[in-house]
Design a protein around this ligand. Structure first.
Ligand SMILES: [Zn+2]
Length: 756
């Protein structure tokens, strides 16, 4: 009783704080009239009633029972189970098979040589009390996908996180990695960049370990006492050169279907040359403890009870990685429910199904929610209801090694998707906690509205209001980033729920970045503790139920949120886009780029002055053979006029459209406008793509070449400025302005249809 009272009291207090009632009075939703809004709300009530936490739990128990990585028997069994379920729920479902290059370890070894030799086991032994972890047969040992083959013996050197700034620091210590094996810790940037940068700097091998400071006992109690990474836990993962292009490396840009040509392995652009192995901190410790050389810089030290040294001479290691470079089958399960009014407009919803080992949290916690949505929608269909637009539900295979299942499917059906897909809605792993998302700008209002009608199970306010409260609290902290402060301000001032920009790292990538289909990626996180078993054999049903989402309440919330997004996108009288957020975002980014040029110029000028004064030589410790930094090229005056003009026009066009769309949409006018809106995000792409990576065509957002997953906005211009390639920056100012002009023209046409 007391708990219940406290809970209620808490909810009321939070609701008052957020200033909104949980069940808002129905007003017209984006794309709906007042009448059709009421119909949709009733439908959502019936959809919610069809969701069951118990059914979700049972599904996770079955699907996470055995290792289910690409090519494993249980991956195929899960695909067949998913197919049978979709069919039983009334969907028109099939499995699409692709054959992709997927290397798996054939032989591997990691040894420390010298006076205190040590041989790593590269395995994750069972954890007491976790039955799943004792049943790893069919799983694979420590490995990463798409590293090179190699048998190397070389001096070992510690490079901290192995990010660009770490190489600058190493250079200033007078050390380099040429001909050496680097050992880097996980964190601070995408995994694949660590071996890529090591290779570019001349290293011959790369070991990546999980330091207990980051996700082990330095962060919380280790498994099984707590949720965090134990001494034996290691992180598998992909090191494919994802920012160049995802998908099967042998079929770049087209589907890996039967009979499609394969390029020779040696020509594949996204496979590394050097061998890479992940290890636990327990097995990394002897290597790190043996290193000599200078003491590691302060920021490089982790939580092991040793003095961290950089090494670089004296201590050597031996690495062996040999893989089976054969093709393995992918099983994408695709389920369709045809739309009654606009069957050729598709709402696509996906989550991946393959894990690294058991994959309970990543990805099955999202997959089981997606299936629950499909079950509830199937039950609605049995009552005679039909969506207005067609629903396409996808259970992707092969996401972990390189977004393989979604990319091959998107490439195979590229033309049809570009003609029909209105929106793509993605989820991946899910936890107890607070809502966060990345979306196309045109979908922010839809996301804001839909999430305001889903109740958070812990607080009783909407998941949106809880996220807004969390953003304001975060923005108040003394270490808040500029972005967190901006979000806090938007949250306070009542704008649409702030969300991030789309980069990469999950299955929305081919849809938005390659095909130009407006996308949403979202989930709940922050309280469930899954980080310490991320990509480990300990990401099990047992761990998930204890630490990630006890009671599966947030799996249900994920299904409720995704279900609303899917159903509203499918049923709205007019496709639910809003463009003011696009115009204001691009306007703000343009100003940011101008500042970036100015601050870069100031930095280069100041550094030149310090070099002229020999200031670096005076400031440095003369016993360490460091050298001064290299001179930077000073930015010329870049002409932003074309971009400024395009932003002004877009702002006017977006506001005109939003106003026209707000005046009581009807289904017949909506259908006429849909034809223009469906392809609108595609106007923001350029068929020639980004420099050196033409697969990435979106000119408003892309994963950064040096961030891996993280987004760069106006990437053509921004990365050219960051790389001090001034003529490329000018060229991309013109190309980015051109896509914005095209978007404005398309918006004006849609406004014309609505106001005629
Ligand atoms: Zn995942």
């Amino acid at each position: 009783m007391k708990t219940r009272f406290n809970r209620l009291f808490c909810s009321a207090a939070l609701a008052a704080l957020a200033g909104t009632a949980v069940a808002a009075e129905p007003k017209a939703m984006l794309g709906f009239s007042a009448t059709s809004t009421q119909v949709e709300r009733d439908l959502e009530g019936r959809f919610d009633a069809g969701l069951s936490a118990a059914a979700i739990r049972e599904r996770l128990r079955l699907m996470a029972a055995e290792p289910n990585q690409v090519g494993s028997p249980h991956d195929k069994a899960n695909a067949e189970f998913t197919l049978a379920q979709f069919r039983a729920w009334g969907w028109d479902a099939h499995i699409e098979v692709f054959n992709v290059l997927y290397p798996t370890p054939r032989a591997e070894g990691l040894e420390l040589l010298g006076p205190h030799p040590f041989k790593a086991t590269l395995t994750e032994p069972a954890i007491p009390g976790d039955d799943s972890s004792a049943h790893q047969s069919g799983g694979l040992p420590a490995y990463v996908a798409y590293g090179g083959d190699g048998d190397v013996t070389a001096p070992l050197i510690y490079v901290n996180y192995g990010m660009p700034a770490d190489y600058d620091a190493l250079q200033r210590l007078g050390l380099d990695v040429k001909g050496k094996i680097v050992i880097a810790r996980y964190g601070a940037g995408w995994r694949g960049l660590k071996p890529k940068l090591a290779q570019e700097h001349g290293a011959v091998g790369c070991i990546i370990y999980s330091d207990p400071a980051d996700d082990g006992y330095g962060a919380g109690d280790a498994y099984p006492a707590g949720a965090y990474r134990p001494e034996t836990g290691l992180q598998r993962g992909s090191v494919q050169d994802l920012p160049v292009e995802p998908g099967d490396p042998l079929t770049p840009g087209y589907g890996a279907v039967e009979g499609a040509p394969r390029i020779p392995l040696a020509e594949a652009k996204t496979i590394l040359k050097i061998p890479v192995l992940p290890v636990s901190w327990g097995e990394a410790r002897p290597f790190l403890a043996a290193l000599g050389g200078p003491v590691a810089p302060r920021g490089w030290r982790g939580a092991l009870p040793i003095t961290y040294h950089v090494g670089g001479s004296g201590v050597s290691a031996h690495m062996l990685v040999l893989s089976n470079w054969d093709q393995k089958p992918l099983y994408d399960v695709i389920a369709v429910m045809k739309g009654a009014r606009e069957p050729d407009k598709w709402v696509v919803r996906g989550n991946h199904r393959d894990g690294w080992v058991f994959g309970a949290e990543d990805p099955l916690s999202g997959q089981i929610a997606l299936m629950e949505e499909a079950r509830s929608i199937g039950a609605l269909a049995r009552t005679g209801w039909r969506p207005a637009r067609t629903l396409v539900y996808a259970s992707w295979d092969g996401e972990e090694p390189g977004l393989l299942g979604s990319t091959e499917w998107a490439e195979t059906h590229a033309r049809e998707l570009q003609n029909k897909a209105v929106v793509y809605i993605n989820t991946d792993g899910n936890n107890r906690g607070v809502l966060s998302a990345e979306t196309s700008y045109s979908l922010r209002r839809l996301f804001d509205e839909a999430t305001s009608t889903v109740t958070d199970p812990e607080t009783g306010v909407s998941v949106r209001d809880r996220a807004l409260a969390a953003m304001q609290v975060r923005g108040l902290a003394s270490d808040a980033t500029p972005e967190q402060k901006t979000w806090a301000k938007i949250a306070r001032d009542g704008g649409d729920l702030p969300v991030g920009d789309l980069g990469s790292g999950s299955d929305y990538t081919p849809f938005v970045q390659h095909l130009g289909i407006a996308s949403i990626n979202f989930g709940f996180a922050g309280e469930g503790q899954s980080g310490g078993v991320y990509h480990s054999a300990y990401d099990t049903f047992e761990h998930f139920e204890r630490f990630s989402d006890p009671g599966f309440a947030y799996s249900v919330v994920l299904a409720k949120t995704a279900g609303r997004l899917v159903l509203r996108a499918a049923n709205a009288d007019l496709a639910p886009f809003q463009f003011a957020d696009l115009a204001s975002s691009v306007a703000a980014q343009t100003e940011e780029l101008k500042k970036l040029v100015a601050t870069g110029r100031e930095h280069a000028v100041t550094q030149d002055r310090l070099l002229d004064q020999k200031a670096f030589a005076l400031a440095d410790d003369p016993t360490l053979s460091s050298g001064p930094p290299e001179r930077e090229s000073i930015a010329p005056t870049l002409d932003f006029a074309a971009l400024d003009g395009a932003v002004t026009r877009l702002t006017a066009s977006a506001h005109a459209y939003d106003q026209a769309a707000a005046t009581a949409p009807t289904a017949d006018r909506g259908a006429a406008a849909d034809a223009l809106l469906q392809g609108l995000e595609q106007t923001l792409t350029d068929p020639e793509g980004l420099p050196g990576r033409p697969w990435y065509r979106h000119l408003i957002y892309a994963p950064g070449l040096l961030t891996g997953y993280g987004a760069k906005t106006l990437p053509g211009v921004r990365e050219a400025i960051e790389g001090r390639r001034w003529s490329e920056a000018s060229a991309f100012i013109a190309r980015t302005a051109a896509v914005l002009e095209a978007a404005s023209a398309r918006l004006d046409q849609a406004t014309g249809v609505l106001t005629k």
